[in-house]
Design a protein around this ligand. Structure first.
Ligand code: TXA
Ligand code: MG
Length: 342
């Protein structure tokens, strides 16, 4: 059975880190907190250990993993950064690492093919979570860590959510409370270009377009023409999906309940609640940022709310849109994928 170890007292913290490191050294997988969502970690340079991640998650082998560095200076251990983008990569790492920014770069030979799904590139970041960082630095090797959920389902933002996803499949979860950001890291690819490099956002996340714009010309993958698109193997249309079908409304006025069907509501600010209240006998309602409409708060609560609404037994979850500014773009990206045809 899967054990959960707490990390909130100094002694428990030391003990938990030591146990996680022992398991990693033995080639096992361990669930660890990061500042975005909980991750399922294994020794990135040990192909057998990484294979266990795919097995536990039931993840298809074509979906590559993110490699987490103990220190930002370890980048050159796993990636060969091309000369022409080296200055911008250095600046981005200096500014955003440790933190929720993942860069796709040419890989070094020591990174096993299973990590990158056979691609010549590797996705790299460094987590700023205190517990993750301590484990990574004590282990002192890069960690491959995808989100700690079964493939295609909702990313976990608490130890309890990891347990609900993977109980009995992994030996240990380190608990560091609710995830700080609540959505996965921003993934970028950088292309040399004159006068400024091009930064392509492959997956929107906590580091926003605005945060990146002084480092280059920022473009969204989804806005690129097919022939210019870099490969985005794991970014499937349908993802982050609750078991209950989810419908994302264009605008809050769009919802007309069907006779005999039951619904749950994912509301942004809850101010439309009055309008919705009479429409149907909601089986459950979650509000992402009550009254205030703060997108950072909405991101933090998103996956928790989806998990909870998935439990109420409604026929359909109705989600209100949120503004696509800042981290709202990441929230809408996850909601779109959650609502995509499966
Ligand atoms: O915040 C996060 O990034 C979390 C925490 C645990 O670090 N991790 C995470 O990993 O979200 P995962 O595996 O759920 O999502 C990583 C995505 C994959 O879907 C894949 O498409 C993309 O990163 N990816 C990984 N390597 C890539 C590569 N070489 N080229 C393009 N995309 C890549
Ligand atoms: Mg994931």
């Amino acid at each position: 059975n899967t054990r959960i170890l707490h990390t909130d007292e100094p002694q428990a913290y030391v003990q938990a880190v030591a146990e996680a490191v022992n398991l990693l050294q033995a080639g096992e997988v361990v669930a660890l907190p990061t500042e975005t969502v909980y991750g399922l970690a294994a020794d990135a340079l040990n192909a057998n250990a990484v294979a266990k991640i795919f097995e536990v998650k039931e993840r298809p082998s074509f979906d590559p993993l993110i490699v987490h560095l103990p220190h930002k200076k370890d980048l050159e251990d796993v990636a060969d950064v091309p000369e022409d983008i080296l200055p911008v990569v250095k600046k981005l790492a200096e500014k955003f690492w440790p933190g929720p920014l993942t860069m796709i770069l040419p890989k070094k030979a020591c990174v096993p093919d299973i990590v990158t799904s056979g691609m010549p590139t590797v996705a790299v970041r460094a987590s700023m979570n205190r517990v993750f960082n301590k484990v990574a630095r004590t282990f002192d090797r890069p960690l491959a860590a995808p989100s700690a959920n079964k493939f295609g389902s909702i990313s976990p933002t608490s130890a309890a959510a990891v347990k609900a996803e993977l109980d009995g499949r992994i030996p240990l979860i380190l608990d560091d409370g609710a995830s700080l950001h609540g959505v996965e890291s921003t993934i970028i690819k950088i292309e040399a270009s004159s006068p400024k490099p091009r930064i392509i956002i492959m997956r929107p996340g906590p580091i926003t377009q605005d945060d990146l714009k002084s480092y280059g010309v920022v473009v969204l993958l989804k806005n690129l023409k097919q022939e210019n698109k870099p490969e985005a193997p794991g970014l499937l249309e349908s993802h982050y999906a609750p078991r209950t079908p989810l419908r994302l409304l264009e605008s809050p006025e769009d919802f007309i309940p069907e006779e005999g069907k039951t619904y749950a509501l994912l509301s942004y600010r809850g101010d439309a609640d009055d309008g919705y209240a009479d429409l149907t006998d909601w089986k459950g309602v979650h509000v992402l940022s009550p009254g205030k409409g703060k997108l950072v708060e909405a991101a933090v609560r998103l996956f928790y709310a989806l998990r909870e609404l998935d439990k109420v037994g409604a026929d359909e979850i109705i989600a209100e849109p949120v503004p696509t500014q800042g981290v709202g773009l990441a929230v809408m990206d996850r909601l779109r994928r959650a609502s995509a045809k499966r």
